[in-house]
Ligand binder design. Structure first.
Ligand SMILES: [Zn+2]
Length: 368
């Protein structure tokens, strides 16, 4: 028993640490980062978007880069590095406390608020806005931690990698959200504009299918819209009918889900049956060695039942988990507001349809 427990953690971890960590089951364990309110304020003021902050810092060529993970410097001047060729800084961040991401997911479902779960908050971030990245990392941790940092240390987090992955996840999420309406073309447009970021994410280019043989991928069944001879715009508009574009988008979502959950490891949990009996039941579950994998797993969990996926509120644009298939707004107030507007819109349209006669009439009067 002890042996298998030790095996879940890096070997150098002390026994008392292991006891402490064992309160969060291995299937849903991740670590936040230790980021203070002051840190967030500093980042908002100095880092801005993409490379805005590089004016205040020297850019270092990757060849002469020598970053030591060790202890975090007292001043932010020592915690930010811009590396030539990267589109965002690297930041030195200490590990924070552990948490249970599946519990946060359950909470977000219960409160119908996707932003309480790591995959929902990740979806909401503005790509390239570093203040958002640090807020996310404070709450849910970076997408990966090196195993040596988990014993309690700090590491340099590459925000360019964070934003590349973000673009890829948001792109796929947009395809899923738009699967049944004409927003699908806009989703492809969004992906098209960010294809360079998206394709930098390992292990294979966008839409590639993982093969049975581990770490092997094949190109998608059809050329991606921007790879076609006729060019992106006409490719997306020319898909013979909308059904084909939709089918194709769903295939891409499936490939991406399979690709990014490949660091999944099956774990057997042991649960006692009742109080009186000494017997236990074993239950298989999925564990991940990165938050990146976990985020895709939660997204897939949402997509596994059609009534389960989040939606964008038609009134305010916020993501929410709908109560039933018909809800199109995040709250009953917004639902009422939206219905009122919808009624007004339709009423106006009805008026417009009958308008030609009325306007001709009034025009005649003006001319006279
Ligand atoms: Zn709303």
């Amino acid at each position: 028993m002890m042996l298998s427990r030790v095996g879940q953690y890096p070997e150098c971890m002390r026994r008392e640490d292991i006891r402490k960590f064992s309160t969060v089951p291995r299937e849903s364990l991740w670590w936040r980062a230790n980021i203070t309110k002051n840190d967030l304020g500093w980042a908002k003021q100095h880092l801005g978007h993409s490379l805005d902050g590089s004016k205040e810092f020297e850019s270092i060529p990757a060849s002469s880069l020598c970053l030591v993970d060790g202890r975090v410097g007292a001043s932010w001047d020592n915690r930010v590095v811009f590396v030539e060729g990267e589109n965002a800084p690297r930041i030195h961040i200490p590990r924070g406390e552990k948490y249970d991401y599946r519990r946060d997911y359950e909470k977000s479902r219960h409160e119908r608020d996707p932003y309480l779960s790591p995959h929902g908050l990740f979806r909401k971030l503005e790509n390239g806005f570093h203040f958002h990245a640090l807020q996310f990392i404070q709450q849910f941790g970076p997408l990966t931690w090196q195993s040596k940092t988990l014993t309690g240390g700090a590491e340099w987090v590459r925000l360019s990698d964070f934003w590349d992955k973000h673009a890829r996840f948001v792109g796929v999420s947009m395809l899923w959200e738009a699967r049944s309406d004409d927003q699908l073309r806009q989703a492809w447009q969004w992906i098209y504009l960010r294809r360079d970021l998206i394709n930098r994410v390992a292990p294979a280019p966008f839409g590639y299918m993982p093969l049975w043989k581990v770490d092997n991928y094949s190109p998608p069944s059809e050329l991606l819209p921007w790879e076609r001879e006729e060019g992106f715009e006409s490719a997306v508009n020319d898909f013979a009918d909308f059904g084909i574009l939709r089918k194709y988008s769903l295939e891409v979502i499936q490939s991406e889900l399979n690709m990014h959950t490949s660091d999944c490891r099956q774990i057997w949990m042991m649960n006692p049956i009742g109080n009186a009996s000494q017997d236990v039941a074993f239950r298989p579950t999925r564990g991940f060695s990165s938050l990146w994998g976990a985020i895709w797993d939660l997204f897939g969990q949402d997509a596994s039942a059609l009534t389960h996926s989040w939606r964008l509120c038609l009134e305010c644009g916020r993501l929410f988990y709908p109560k039933d298939r018909r809800s199109v707004c995040c709250t009953t107030e917004h639902q009422a507001l939206w219905s009122k507007r919808k009624w007004a819109r339709e009423h106006r349209r009805a008026e417009l349809l009958s308008e030609p006669r009325v306007s001709r009439h009034s025009k005649d009067r003006v001319d006279r």
